[in-house]
Write a protein that binds this ligand. Sequence first.
Ligand SMILES: Cc1cc2nc3c(=O)[nH]c(=O)nc-3n(C[C@H](O)[C@H](O)[C@H](O)COP(=O)(O)OP(=O)(O)OC[C@H]3O[C@@H](n4cnc5c(N)ncnc54)[C@H](O)[C@@H]3O)c2cc1C
Length: 471
Amino acid sequence: MAIDKSAIETLKTKLSPTSEIVPPDSEKYADSIKRWSAAAEKPAGLVVYPTTAADVSQIVLFAKENNIELATVGGGHGTSGAASTDGGVCIDLSKMRKVTVDPEAKTITAQGGALWRDVDAEAEKYQMATVGGTVNHTGIGGLTLGGGYGFLSPAYGLVIDNLLSVEMVLADGTIVTASDTSHPDLFWAIKGAGIGFGVATTFIYRAHSQKSPVWGGLMIFPKPHLGAVIQMANTVVQESEPGPVMLMGFAALPPTCQPVILALVWFNGSADEAEKYYKSLLDLGPLVNTAKEIPYSESNTLANGPSAHGLRRTMKGSAFLAPLELSFADTIWDEYIAFIEKVPDAQETLVMFEFVPFKKILAVPQTATAFANRGAYGNILLQPTWRDKVNDGVCREWTRAVSRMAREELERRVGEGTDEVTKSGEGEYGNYDSLGASGKTVFGVNFPRLVELKKRYDPQNVFCKGPSLQE
Ligand SMILES: Cc1cc2nc3c(=O)[nH]c(=O)nc-3n(C[C@H](O)[C@H](O)[C@H](O)COP(=O)(O)OP(=O)(O)OC[C@H]3O[C@@H](n4cnc5c(N)ncnc54)[C@H](O)[C@@H]3O)c2cc1C
């Protein structure tokens, strides 16, 4: 049912003049519902672009009063559809992207609709950075509220471990600041399960001095080198000193479209140091090697190419206990090859194993934040990529099946005994969209506390997207 026009007119009078309302009959509408994954797009009943937290508050109240579903879009990279709504009101934060840096206080203040490239660019002016996304067109909103990994995680932990405060519009329209000293319980929930609690209009992050250049690039290897590439990656992930990060994937890249091993190599140091560190990879003679010294901000563009907007994509997270076993990686390779042969439309599918040294992430207890994916493991990202809607079902089903395999393997190996934090970790990064996984699956030991906080802060489940926080 269409949203009442007179109600929209009333809403308009309550918003600041710089805000914008886009109804379905607007020429801007088609663009306003576009998402990074075309499979995550839905026909909103109304899209509103606020420019202040007070605007956001008015939109939340409008949705509640008119009993209309509410969605919020930050960078639009979620593939679950949680940033879209079928017939409801969508708050699009893309007019709220301002970023400022306080070099004395070592803080970065960013509005809730900023992208990581906005943060990187501003921080770099002061030779600073914070932990942020490795693909710079992702939104800080979704990525931060769900935890957040980046190239600087080995040095400083997750994005949420560097979050100092959040200004948030709650379900009753109030605007609060959550931090360790103000609404600390809400702040705890925001750090991992934030999308279920409100609309974040401002984030303040701890900033760190960041030398430039760093070293990084993409390397491509033929399949027979998988064992040697994993050997290097296993050294990286178990590193106790921050410096390297390696993402290793399976992809069939143009122009040959032959399945290969893809390695995104990164090092927080000079080419000399990095080339010594990654010598075993370089000695393999990669088919392609773009690694060189680049500014830190540019290193967050290395994966932008294979991550272009507009295709149909889904994501599901899983994990492997470090060190990654070659036999398990081989099994996933076989599944990947069988899948792209069965569904040629899904040839651009990506499978990624993330070798991010986890010592610093494990230094924070599992229950210190709502995020419950801390473990001595690396994330696995399963990301089918296809073009024809008719393949939506088969792609999602494959993702679920492989994720189940990975989970069984993880449980087997964790069961063999390791540290307590890892045992309590979920082995599923919620920001890799989880394909409908329950709140209990994503938040594990922290789920009961989240259920209680949800009752207090959003009893009517206004922020209903994402894993359910209701019993
Ligand atoms: C190409 C690509 C690269 C990625 N790289 C990384 C990476 O390096 N590290 C990592 O940790 N993750 C990464 N991810 C996963 C990423 O964390 C999630 O996709 C995240 O949801 C993206 O946030 P967004 O704001 O762009 O998405 P959106 O689709 O806009 O939002 C995702 C969810 O967050 C909510 N949301 C967004 N902004 C706000 C806000 N301000 N207030 C309240 N709710 C909000 C939305 O309502 C939605 O439920 C990547 C994803 C992609 C597609």
